[in-house]
Ligand binder design. Structure first.
Ligand SMILES: Nc1ncnc2c1ncn2[C@@H]1O[C@H](COP(=O)(O)OP(=O)(O)O)[C@@H](O)[C@H]1O
Ligand SMILES: [Mg+2]
Length: 294
């Protein structure tokens, strides 16, 4: 399976080349001097000219999206409701395959260099590498332990010590272990909403994905539970590439290094979060991030 292929050499931390400096706006030298310089970074996900349709190609819900999502960072998708954020997120692990009339109309998505629509790519294998956490936390009506062990059991792992170790590690990683270690055999449905969402994150990371997709993971949670998930995202980014859809712009600025702004099925702007929010290149982005529409 080519999803374990080695990646391109890491270039993320190398200094940018000096050959083609960005044009400097004469009117704002201070801002220009501080603006982040373009850095070659390693793209884990490369989306090229992607088009997507829910009705067999009659209308395109996503049009000509090109985007390189860097490895080991958090990338936010923002934009008004209905602009296609969730659709694009679900394209990344081929969740839309489950919709009969859904169709990629053009373009490619490569993850770790592999075209995810190539005939030899199995969507189930892909989803192990590209896990997903949903808006409405959805633990199974099983014990806390079995929720986390679920993906491993599907892989055929039966050895108790291996499962125990993975469950404990994943719950630690999801910042839930201390709260549940004495009741691993209790129903997951007895946990609070915030705990259930962290359990879903533990379930996702138990199978050691490369990428975690999160679709508005905090929108059903109160502010305290939301803050805990945001702290958790900050820790998880050490080990995973995270793509998060959020309608909460403060959240995007708090958790993500990169932000992509979408409008009506198109990618309008993509860049460092501080640039997209603080110094956007496009008027539509500026209007949206300043709350003028959306
Ligand atoms: N399963 C589906 N079948 C048909 N149309 C859909 C489906 N899911 C979403 N859509 C449509 O695709 C567009 C983009 O939706 P979505 O990706 O959910 O937007 P966002 O997440 O940005 O709010 C919307 O017009 C929505 O109605
Ligand atoms: Mg959505």
């Amino acid at each position: 399976m080519s999803f374990v292929e080695t990646l391109e050499p890491v270039t993320m931390n190398e200094p940018p080349t000096e050959t083609s400096p960005e044009p400097v706006a004469a009117s704002s030298p201070a801002v220009a001097a501080e603006a982040p310089r373009p850095v070659e970074e390693e793209a884990l996900i490369e989306i090229e000219n992607l088009g997507f349709s829910y009705d067999l190609g009659k209308t395109e819900t996503l049009r000509d999206i090109s985007l390189k999502i860097p490895k080991g960072k958090v990338t936010s998708f923002i934009g008004p409701s209905g602009c296609g954020k969730s659709t694009l997120l679900r394209c990344l692990n081929r969740m839309n395959d489950l919709i009969e009339t859904a169709k990629v109309t053009r373009g490619t998505i490569k993850i770790m260099g592999q075209d995810i629509h190539a005939p030899d790519v199995d969507a189930i294998e892909l989803r192990k590498k590209v896990g997903m956490v949903f808006q409405k936390y959805n633990p199974f009506p099983k014990s806390i332990y079995e929720n986390v062990a679920y993906g491993l059991r599907i892989q055929g792992i039966k050895t108790r010590s291996v499962l125990d170790e993975a469950v404990e590690r994943s719950l630690h990683h999801a910042a839930l272990w201390e709260e549940v270690k004495d009741r691993l055999n209790s129903s997951a449905l007895g946990l609070s909403g915030g705990q259930q969402q962290r359990l879903c994150i533990a379930r996702t990371i138990a199978v050691q994905p490369e990428v975690i997709l999160m679709d508005e993971p905090c929108s059903a949670l109160d502010p305290i539970a939301t803050a805990r998930i945001e702290e958790l995202i900050a820790e998880l980014r050490e080990d995973f590439t995270i793509v998060i859809v959020t309608h909460n712009m403060q959240q995007a600025t708090r958790v993500s290094a990169r932000t992509a702004f979408f409008y009506l099925g198109e990618l309008i702007e993509f860049g460092p979060t501080e640039t997209v929010f603080g110094n956007p290149a496009k008027k539509q982005t500026e209007d949206y991030v300043s709350g003028r529409f959306g």
